[in-house]
Design a protein around this ligand. Structure first.
Ligand code: ADP
Length: 266
C-alpha cells in the first residue's frame, strides 16, 4: 500500500525529465515494443540516463523483453512519500503494469482503472533525473494515449510501421493524432520495421515481404524524417523472447542499427 499524496499538476509532473519520447504504432504487432525497448537500451549505451515506461496496460511486453517478468518493484520513501522504485536492467529504469498485476486480470479492468494505474506509474515512481523517458504506448489511438497526452509534456513521437499498406494507413492515423491542433506533439520520425527479409544462406538478397519503401514514401508524404529501416532478422525476435534485446549487443549489425536510430533521435 502506498501513502497517497496530492498529485502534482500536469506541468510539474516529472520536472527532472528532459525529453519524453512516445513510441507509437497504428497497428499492433509491427514491432513497436521491440523498437521502444531497443531504442531505450541504445540511448543508455550512448551514455544518457534513460527510463522506459510500458504503458500498454492490457498487453505489457517490456518485462518479458528485459527478462524481468518476476521482478517486483520496491517502495522507497522520498520527502515523506512512498514511491515505486523502477527496475533497472541494461542501464534502463523500467516500469510496467506487468510487474504488479497479472495481465489477464487487467484485461477485465474498466478504462478508468487502467488510466489511474498508468498515472501512478508516472507520478508515484522514483524516476529521478532522466535525459530520455521512452513511452511504449499501446497500439492505435486509445484512452491511454489521451491520458499520456494530458499528463505529460511529450517532446516528440516516433512512429513504427511495417511497409505494408494496412499498417501504413494506421500509422498515418497515429501521426494525425499527434499533429491534431489540440495535441501538437512533433513527429520525430518514422521507423520502418520488417523492411525486408534476408535469408542467412543468401546474404546479398533482400526480399521485400511487406512491400518496398512504404515508410520512406509515407515519411515524404507526411513531411517527417525516416529514422531507420530495420530488416526482419531472426535474432531480433529470439533476443526479445530471451530477455536480451538486440541493442544490448552493440557489435552486432542489428545492435548497430538501433544505435543509429538512437543517434537519429537525440
Ligand atoms: P508491437 O509492440 O507492435 O505489438 P512487438 O514489438 O511485440 O510488436 O513485435 C511483435 C513480434 O515481432 C515479436 O515477437 C517480436 O519479437 C517480433 N519482431 C519485431 N520486430 C522484428 C524484426 N525486425 N525482425 C524479427 N522479428 C521482429
Amino acid at each position: 500500500e502506498f501513502k497517497s499524496a496530492p498529485r502534482p499538476s500536469v506541468e510539474k509532473l516529472l520536472p527532472q525529465v528532459k525529453n519524453i519520447i512516445a513510441v507509437s504504432s497504428g497497428k499492433g504487432g509491427v514491432g513497436k515494443s521491440t523498437v521502444a525497448a531497443n531504442l531505450a537500451i541504445a540511448l543508455a549505451k550512448l551514455g544518457y540516463k534513460v527510463g522506459l515506461l510500458d504503458t500498454d496496460i492490457f498487453g505489457p511486453s517490456v518485462p518479458k523483453m528485459f527478462g524481468v517478468e518476476d521482478a517486483r518493484p520496491n517502495a522507497v520513501e522520498k520527502e515523506g512519500r512512498d514511491l515505486i522504485e523502477p527496475i533497472v536492467k541494461y542501464g534502463v529504469k523500467i516500469l510496467s503494469i506487468g510487474f504488479f498485476v497479472d495481465p489477464d486480470t487487467a484485461t477485465l479492468w474498466r478504462g478508468g482503472m487502467a488510466t489511474s494505474a498508468l498515472k501512478q506509474l508516472i507520478a508515484d515512481a522514483d524516476w529521478g533525473d532522466l535525459d530520455y523517458f521512452v513511452l511504449d504506448t499501446p497500439p492505435g489511438t486509445s484512452d491511454i494515449h489521451l491520458t499520456l497526452l494530458q499528463t505529460l509534456a511529450i517532446t516528440g513521437a516516433v512512429i513504427v510501421s511495417t511497409p505494408q499498406k494496412v499498417a501504413l494507413a494506421d500509422a498515418r492515423k497515429g501521426i494525425d493524432m499527434y499533429r491534431n491542433d489540440k495535441v501538437n506533439v512533433p513527429i520525430l520520425g518514422l521507423v520502418e520495421n520488417m523492411a525486408w527479409f534476408t535469408p542467412a544462406e543468401l546474404p546479398e538478397n533482400k526480399y521485400y515481404i511487406f512491400g518496398k519503401d512504404g515508410c520512406k514514401n509515407l515519411a515524404k508524404e507526411m513531411g517527417c524524417p525516416l529514422l531507420a529501416q530495420i530488416p526482419i532478422v531472426q535474432s531480433i525476435c529470439e533476443s526479445g523472447d530471451a530477455g536480451e534485446p538486440a541493442a544490448v549487443n552493440v557489435d552486432s549489425i542489428v545492435g548497430q542499427a538501433f544505435l543509429n536510430l538512437a543517434q537519429a533521435v537525440v
